[in-house]
Design a protein around this ligand. Structure first.
Ligand code: MRU
Length: 347
């Protein structure tokens, strides 16, 4: 698969993830506001992918502001404001803020005129795209080392090529393991309410001819009890300094079931997903999403009118349920406060 999101001819070209598996098509995002909406409506989703989308969004806003005849100072002030606005499109995945802050650094450090700043922002956006794929391959290779021969790996949501620029984090581990051992297979959780597991993870794995079995979210403990799951690998949206990890709603349930059944539960994520500014998962803001995601499936209402709805997009898995955090700097193990701090020193 080519890059799932990339800067081409002054626009951001990305796979429209809302129409998978019915269609596989690229859309061009041409303005900063279109990018805000693409992130919010999940045309682009997955923490690393929305990070790159944020970096591209800053380039798009910069191009628009350049046509307004602003002074350099006014341009920088307005662009910084727009960049901070982009971060509010989805609050939980820290990669969005991380990538936008990288762009803000470029703006602050630039000695160039307005067109020079835009050029530097675009170059930096492309650099982040390329680094993302390299980082995922490193995560995949480290992760493959802990995949037992012939393993069945359970994953939740989609932390694959489509959630990144390419290769994936949790599915990067699967891809690297499969390259070495064709007898591994994946169990993919459906992932209510947006079905990223059913729609996107199975799509990616079938495309790569990696054996995958789709199960509904409530089934994981049943298969763990039967001894049919050897390990769990999922992605992350934000990891606190103590290892507490926010990921797609339902991940916490999988982690509890894994602990009960002695199945190792791993997180696969780049260091850009680790937010060392927060001490524990209690400080992670959880996105509350539209109630229609719960009341409707494929545009059709599935419950009585008047029912109360609550729809948090993510939950936080406590660090004590996590066997290891697979990063591009190796597998971090408990005590996470120490191993995370060491990984950042190594960087
Ligand atoms: O709401 P989503 O689909 O953006 O949530 C995505 C996840 O929870 C992923 O597991 C996470 O972002 C890691 S993607 C490599």
């Amino acid at each position: 698969m080519e890059k799932t999101i990339q800067w081409v001819n002054n626009v951001s070209r990305m796979v429209d993830q809302t129409v998978i598996p019915y269609e596989f098509k690229y859309v061009d995002i041409k303005t900063g506001q279109e990018m805000f909406d693409a992130i919010k409506t999940m045309i682009v989703r997955g923490a690393p992918a929305i990070g790159i989308a944020g970096a591209h969004g800053v380039c798009l806003f910069a191009q628009e502001l350049a046509s307004l005849n602003l002074s350099r100072d006014e341009f920088v002030a307005k662009l910084t404001e727009k960049a901070n606005y982009l971060v509010t499109s989805r609050p939980t995945a820290v990669n969005l803020r991380w990538a936008v802050e990288k762009q803000i650094e470029v703006i602050k450090n630039s000695q160039s005129d307005i067109s020079g700043i835009i050029k530097e922002l675009i170059e930096n956006g492309i650099k982040l795209e390329n680094e993302d794929i390299e980082i995922n391959k490193r995560i995949g290779d480290y992760g493959a080392e802990v995949v037992p021969k012939g393993a069945t790996i359970l994953t939740h949501c989609n932390a694959g090529a489509l959630a990144t620029v390419g290769y994936g984090t949790a599915l990067g581990v699967v891809r690297s393991a499969f390259a070495k051992d064709k007898s591994i297979q994946v169990f993919a959780d459906e992932t209510r309410p947006r079905q990223q597991g059913a729609r996107i993870t199975t799509f990616e794995l079938v495309m790569d001819k990696i054996p995958v079995t789709l199960i509904t979210d409530g089934m994981c403990s049943y298969f763990m009890k039967k001894g049919m799951i050897d390990m769990v690998v999922v992605g992350a949206d934000r990891i606190a300094a103590n290892g507490d990890t926010a990921n797609k709603i339902g991940t916490y349930t999988v982690a509890i079931a894994a602990k009960y059944h002695n199945v190792p539960f791993y997180i696969a994520a780049p260091l850009s997903t680790i937010d060392t500014r927060i001490k524990t998962g209690d400080e992670i803001k959880i996105e509350e999403r539209s109630h229609e995601e719960v009341t409707h499936i494929n545009g059709k209402r599935i419950c009585a009118e008047g029912v109360n709805i609550i729809n948090p997009g993510f939950d936080v898995t406590p660090h004590e349920l996590i066997a290891g955090i697979i990063t591009e700097y190796g597998i971090l193990r408990p005590n996470y406060n120490d191993s995370i701090a060491r990984a950042f020193e190594q960087k």
